[in-house]
Design a binder for this molecule. Structure first.
Ligand SMILES: C[S@@+](CC[C@H](N)C(=O)[O-])C[C@H]1O[C@@H](n2cnc3c(N)ncnc32)[C@H](O)[C@@H]1O
Length: 337
């Protein structure tokens, strides 16, 4: 049963002082100018409309059937919406912010029925100089993430895995298939998300019922049992969380993991050249669609992991713009086969 979300109680870990890219703090005059323009609502709407048209056009040119797929997914997912949501789940106020230019954030059909296309478009942007299909780019993105996790799972069988902030399940299904191929045995994988719309679409995409449950809950208050999970992933979620929520999610993950269990966080790499050299106008536009991006860049995530009770924190770049942080729950005794 999901629990109510309680505010963070322990002090937040020290923020990373020099780690964030320069554009995070509005030092750049062009960034400041764009921010001022974005504060004028009709201008913001116009800029977002143009940016959105460009994203959709570019994606469709590269083989992503953005609009057709959106219609198809909504038609198929609508019947699942009611049962996808848990009326006992509390939605924290920070989650209702406008994300990715969707006024209702993640709590709407547009966000849910465009998430698959958006993640394929993101994967294609990771390797701009290469001629990849959306499927190839997506597969390469996930494989690189899982390759970075693998060394921390050496000698450990994963029976139960949890994908927090699973969205429409692209990474959840990839995780399940990778784990089963790696271990040659079945793995029980659950997806957790706060958006019933996303979870309804995830059910449609999981046509063969590979995932044990698409669970409507906050990642910081899942209601799942203590010490019941071997592996937790957060794929591209931390940049959508305020710092206090990240700390709460890490504490919840420490509670859920068995001793020695593994957590993996993949997201933008503040040290990557791609992120550091992002042109100020693009960075400002990006920040205006990601309300907690600055929190993410300022937070010292390795320190936050240690603070939540994790050890052996390892950071590995998995592609030119993302990194995977992997750590283990304290108390592990090594091999648990
Ligand atoms: C960018 S998407 C994640 C994409 C997905 N994990 C993947 O790998 O393709 C972020 C997701 O995190 C979810 N989310 C954000 N905050 C959350 C929270 N506190 N608890 C659960 N889900 C959350 C959002 O609803 C959204 O679906």
């Amino acid at each position: 049963m999901p629990q109510a979300v309680t505010p963070a109680t322990s002090p937040a870990p020290t923020p990373a002082q020099d780690a964030p890219p320069n554009w995070v703090d509005d030092r750049h005059p062009i960034g400041r100018l764009i921010k001022a323009l974005l504060a004028v609502e009709p201008l913001r709407q116009l800029m977002f409309f143009q940016a959105r048209q460009l994203i959709i056009r570019t994606a469709e040119q590269r083989g992503i059937a953005w609009r057709a797929r959106r219609q198809q997914l909504q038609r198929q997912a609508e019947p699942f919406l009611e049962e996808a949501g848990n009326p006992l789940t509390t939605t924290p106020p920070y989650y209702r912010a406008r994300f990715h230019a969707y006024g209702a954030g993640n709590l709407c059909w547009a966000a849910a029925c465009e998430a698959e296309q958006a993640t394929d478009a993101m994967a294609l942007r990771v390797w701009p100089g290469e001629t990849l299909s959306p499927e190839q780019a997506q597969q390469r993105l996930r494989q690189a993430i899982f390759d970075a996790i693998a060394p921390s799972l050496a000698g450990r069988a994963v029976h139960e895995a949890l994908d927090l902030g699973c969205s429409v399940g692209v990474g959840t299904l990839a995780l399940k298939r990778w784990l089963e191929q790696r271990q040659s045995m079945p793995v029980r994988v659950r997806g957790v998300d706060l958006s019933p719309h996303m979870l309804a679409v995830a059910r449609v995409r999981d046509a063969d019922g590979e995932i044990v449950a698409w669970h409507h809950a906050a990642a910081e208050a899942t209601g799942l049992p203590d010490a019941s999970v071997d592996l937790i992933t957060l794929q591209f979620v931390c940049h959508e969380l305020p710092a206090a929520a990240t700390a709460a999610v890490l504490r919840e993950s420490a509670r859920l993991l068995r001793p020695g269990g593994v957590i993996a966080l993949v997201d933008q790499d503040p040290d990557s050249a791609v992120i550091r050299r992002l042109p100020a106008p693009i960075a400002t536009l990006l920040k205006s669609t990601e309300p907690y991006l600055e929190d993410y860049f300022r937070l010292d995530l390795p320190e936050a992991l240690r603070h939540a009770g994790f050890q052996g924190v390892r950071s590995q770049a998995c592609d030119p713009r993302h990194r995977v942080l992997v750590a283990s729950r304290q108390g592990g005794s090594g091999i648990v086969f």
